[in-house]
Design a protein. Structure first.
Length: 415
């Protein structure tokens, strides 16, 4: 089939790569130089809705896949649906699950989903008072911007001072802009985290293999939070039973709550889960594929991925997708300075890689004939192997094929 993908990151490269592997005819806007190797790319910006719609009208795809959260939150899936396209991606009403953490938490509470106790605020004085009372009762809080803040909106606070400073930075100094105009203060939970990616076609669901992600910049989970520095799959401590339990406790109830509001969900639901005292608590929902989870997950799937997405887009029963036994390890290579101010414009050299290794582009561009860095996360090296150790060894060998000034990556993905 013909598939149009919207987006330009590593996630979209992985999606386009998978569709191409399955033999589909892939188109992407605005894409990136890596995507251009597996899809016909046009450079329309994601926010240029008229250009994107005109392009889709010309291509006439059987399926449109909207990759990133911003266009979903802005209603791009609705735009395509209104124009008669089969779209994988929730409409604006459902995308509020990611666009507003305050809404999302209210929905979780209404649905009886296990989640951290919380309260939402837009008044800094009331927020500070609440934080003071929580800390006084021995309950540290997490301060979260309600809006989408590119992974910079959640601060796990160790002290009341830190909580007050975080509240002020969002509600008073407005450091996160609109995204931080409303904040959520949450009880801090302890536990291990995993994320579950579930394909959703109305009330039908199909969870994909679980990938573990690494959020911090430094080895051993030290340092600042990032968009994600690597992933691996399978994750041995997340059993099939835990996945089923999470589906029942976290995924199905939110979908029925949305259905009660007449909101239909057709896309992927990403549940961020913390397993605390054996209970899967929902930390958040995202309404799109994870990045860099997707780079690992698509490589664990046999054929039928695009067919499953098409079924979701049409609201039909989701056909099963074969899950491969190989393990996958994906390591992100970032620019010097990331996740702070980072360097751009360095030439990238990529040499031949061995079988089983793919290089997914995220922050790359062509400057004339030369491939150069433009983003914080530049490429991800993704390798399959017979087991986790084999995949890990191949991914790190693959890193040796990539070179640019200032490159940094974690050494402990998959350990
Ligand atoms: N209630 C909580 N208790 C403990 N840690 C939390 C809690 N909420 C979030 N975190 C931590 O902060 C990270 C980011 O929070 P999340 O809600 O996923 O926001 P976002 O991904 O939008 O930044 C989580 O992956 C988790 O490590
Ligand atoms: Mg998150």
């Amino acid at each position: 089939m013909k598939i149009c993908v919207i987006g330009s990151g590593g996630r979209e490269h992985a999606l386009c790569w998978k569709f191409d592997q399955e033999g589909h005819d892939v188109f992407c806007a605005p894409g990136n130089p890596g995507i251009a190797e597996v899809a016909k790319v046009v450079q329309h910006a994601v926010h240029d809705r008229k250009a994107i719609l005109d392009w889709a009208n010309e291509v006439k795809p059987d399926l449109v896949v909207v990759g990133p959260e911003d266009p979903l939150i802005a209603g791009m899936a609705d735009m395509f649906r209104e124009n008669g396209f089969a779209v994988f991606g929730p409409g604006q009403a459902a995308a509020r699950l990611e666009g507003s953490k305050a809404f999302s938490k209210d929905m979780m509470k209404r649905a009886g989903i296990p989640t951290a106790k919380y309260q939402s605020f837009s008044d800094p004085v009331a927020a500070r008072d609440y934080a003071s009372a929580e800390f006084a009762a021995g309950r540290p809080v997490v301060v979260k911007a309600s809006g989408a803040a590119l992974g910079k909106g959640a601060i796990v606070c160790d002290s009341l001072e830190e909580a007050h400073a975080s509240i002020d930075s969002m509600l008073v100094a407005m450091e996160l802009g609109e995204a931080g105009r409303t904040i959520v203060l949450e009880e801090r939970l302890e536990g291990k985290e995993f994320s579950l990616l579930t394909l959703v076609s109305g009330s039908e669901i199909l969870s994909l293999p679980v990938a573990q992600d690494y959020k911090r910049i430094g080895d051993g989970d030290e340092g600042a939070n990032t968009g994600g520095m690597g992933t691996f799959s399978p994750v041995d401590w997340v059993s099939a039973d835990l996945v089923r339990e999470t589906e029942e406790a976290v995924v199905r109830p939110i979908l029925s709550s949305l259905a009660d509001l007449d909101i239909d969900y057709r896309g992927v639901l990403f549940s961020g889960v913390m397993l605390s005292d054996g209970v899967p608590y929902c930390l958040e929902y995202n309404v799109r594929f994870g990045d860099p989870e997707t780079q690992s997950v698509v490589r664990r799937l046999g054929d039928g991925f695009a067919d499953a997405l098409l079924a979701c887009a049409r609201g039909e029963a989701i056909p099963a997708i074969e899950v491969l036994s190989e393990a996958v390890c994906t390591v992100v290579i970032a620019s010097g300075g990331y996740p702070g101010e980072y360097e751009k414009g360095h030439a990238i050299e990529i040499r031949e890689v061995m079988d089983g290794v793919e290089i997914f582009h995220a922050g790359t561009r062509m400057s004339g004939e030369e491939l150069t860095t433009i983003g914080g996360r530049v490429v991800a090296v993704s390798a399959t192997g017979l087991d986790g150790e084999d995949a890990r060894a191949k991914a790190y060998a693959g890193i040796g094929a990539v070179r640019f000034e200032g490159m940094q990556y974690r050494k402990d993905i998959g350990l």
